[in-house]
Design a protein around this ligand. Structure first.
Ligand code: NDP
Length: 252
């Protein structure tokens, strides 16, 4: 039987966790479409993974509806189908409440939350046709906070809620799930000009019940699980991948 060529769009797929997700899909024989604002990173990642399979970079700001429409149209033109949409692009602007501007608030919400709405809206008819999946990357900051993270935390709480709303609206045709990572060290997954070797202390690792800080592969392996048939009973769910940090009492 001929193998189906499955297509995944990975937003923010040029660097960090998204780059690891891109690599994981390629290694499983999928075609990867990276939708990222960063041209330098997108072209670099497409070159780096060229030998792993079919990979394309389409420069896209997910907060801009016209650009999302173009991303979907171009993907369909090139590959004819969309099997998975991985909404991973995210930014944070952490500042004291009284100095956070409305533009900064809107930028964070626009990328982290509105971007997911736009990508889901414009790709759902294609996903429906093939029984595809949407996976949203939220954060444990949807549930717990440090000071001065209002925009980021609110956006990620919205991602968890948007996940179950989409799961119910899109029904059995498209499964929609969410992953909430904790601390994931991404230094080695940045573009070359920003790449740093992580300098994590024993304390950084040992404060986690699991005994270590997370890696991008901890998240990409969950993404692969969620798109697999083994996860066919999961929709609207949120998987927390944080080495146990949100389960730990912190009283001193
Ligand atoms: P990175 O900053 O390493 O990579 C994100 C990529 O997305 C970058 O290439 C970035 O480009 C790009 N991007 C930014 N804005 C947009 C946009 N509007 N449209 C398309 N692409 C965009 O992020 P991480 O790997 O750290 O995080 C990935 C996701 O995981 C995010 O949603 C984040 O909130 C979430 N997360 C991360 C955690 C962590 O510890 N790393 C913990 C919990 C959640 P550029 O560099 O030019 O901005």
């Amino acid at each position: 039987m001929p193998q189906i060529n499955r297509i995944a769009i990975i937003t923010g797929g040029a660097q960090g966790i998204g780059k690891s997700i891109t690599k994981a899909f390629l290694e499983k024989g999928w075609t990867a479409v990276i939708a990222d604002t960063d041209r330098e990173a997108g072209e670099e990642t497409a070159r780096e993974f060229d030998t792993l399979g079919t990979i394309t970079f389409i420069q896209t700001d997910v907060s801009e509806e016209k650009q999302v429409e173009r991303l979907v149209e171009k993907t369909i033109l090139l590959f004819g189908r969309i099997d998975a949409l991985i909404n991973n692009a995210g930014i944070s602007i952490n500042k004291p409440l009284t100095t956070l501007t409305i533009e900064e608030w809107n930028r964070v919400l626009g990328t982290n939350l509105t971007g997911i709405f736009l990508c889901a809206k414009h790709s759902c008819s294609h996903l429906q046709r093939v029984g595809g999946c949407i996976i949203n990357i939220a954060s444990t900051r949807a549930f717990m906070s440090e000071a001065c993270t209002e925009a980021y935390s609110a956006s990620k709480g919205g991602v968890v809620a948007l996940t179950h709303a989409l799961a119910v609206s899109l029904g059995s045709g498209i499964r929609v799930n969410c992953i909430s990572p904790g601390w994931i060290e991404t230094g080695l997954w940045k573009k070359k000009s920003r790449r740093i070797t992580p300098a994590l202390s024993a304390e950084d690792h040992l404060q986690h019940p699991a005994g270590r800080v997370g890696t991008p592969e901890d998240i990409s392996s969950l993404v692969l699980y969620l798109v697999s048939t083994e996860a066919s009973f999961l929709t609207g769910s949120n998987l927390i991948a944080d080495g146990g940090m949100t389960r730990k009492m912190m009283y001193s």
